[in-house]
Design a protein around this ligand. Sequence first.
Ligand code: ZN
Length: 343
Amino acid sequence: MKELLKKLSESCGISGFEENVREIIKDELDGKVDSMETDIMGNVITTHKGVEGKPSVMLASHMDEIGLMVSYIDDEGFIRFVKIGGINDQMLLNQQVYIQTEDGEVPGVIGSKPPHITSAEEAKKIIPYQNMFIDIGANSKEQAEELVSVGDAIVFHTEFRECLNDLVMGKALDNRVGCAVMVEVMKQLDDVDATVYGVGTVQEEVGLKGAKTSAFKLNPDMAIALDVTISGDHPGVKPEDASVKAGKGPVISLADASGRGLITHPMMKKLLIEAAEAADIEYQVEVGDGGTTDATAIHLTREGIATATLSSASRYIHTPTSVVNMKDVEDTVKLIVEFLKRL
Ligand code: ZN
């Protein structure tokens, strides 16, 4: 599963540009599900057909990642950009990126002034992203425009690596972790009588868009959004702000965005906890203040859908490098398969 996560993490797909991630999901599940389709929005919908009369369950995993988009190329050939998704400006400086163009990837770096010529006063200030630029080495607007166009996607350049204690680091673990979980679950449904839709959704980071349209189409009896959540186990995070920890098991969210997002359906909460206990999987519960997932859009579809969110606790989400524990990811697969078998 680590190999699959590496492949998904290193592929690029900011919101609206999910095709590479979608292709990996389709390749992985080719011949292993009963049907597979891509809708007009770009969501990939894979289906395990269950027994008549049994419930249907949507597993939604957003394929998009946060990133940048080319907005302007200046006279000197430097590239200006907008942010796609929630990003703090101060983590952008000096990041290596690549620009996804029609003819392939163009490497670049978000440039900045060296400390030698930065005044003490200046060094304390956060530079807004509007004042930043990407250097691709071009010496003129014309030369840059031969390679790059306004509207091209810009992705962080981060290698997937393993570290101690089952932890792995890479970019876009939000939400390639969910994609890897969804793919693995869809491969393990031989003993499951429920109909299961494994959906890779688009444009979650910019407004839960693909979840909204795919849930409407599928109209499932229940749904689980697969995502990551904030791990509170590193310096600078107070336990009361993020209580769950990487390595302590899958996270069942009970509410997010202080209830303005999802308040988990009580039946889903009960069934997930029963499944975790039956399969002897250590799990964590969470009540979140900020942030939400595809579940928020899904549970308000049509007459309402019983929905929950299952996450892996991840350090440093919405930055160019985040960290998760592989055991949490694998246990999330086990928990969902158990949940589905028991329906
Ligand atoms: Zn996410």
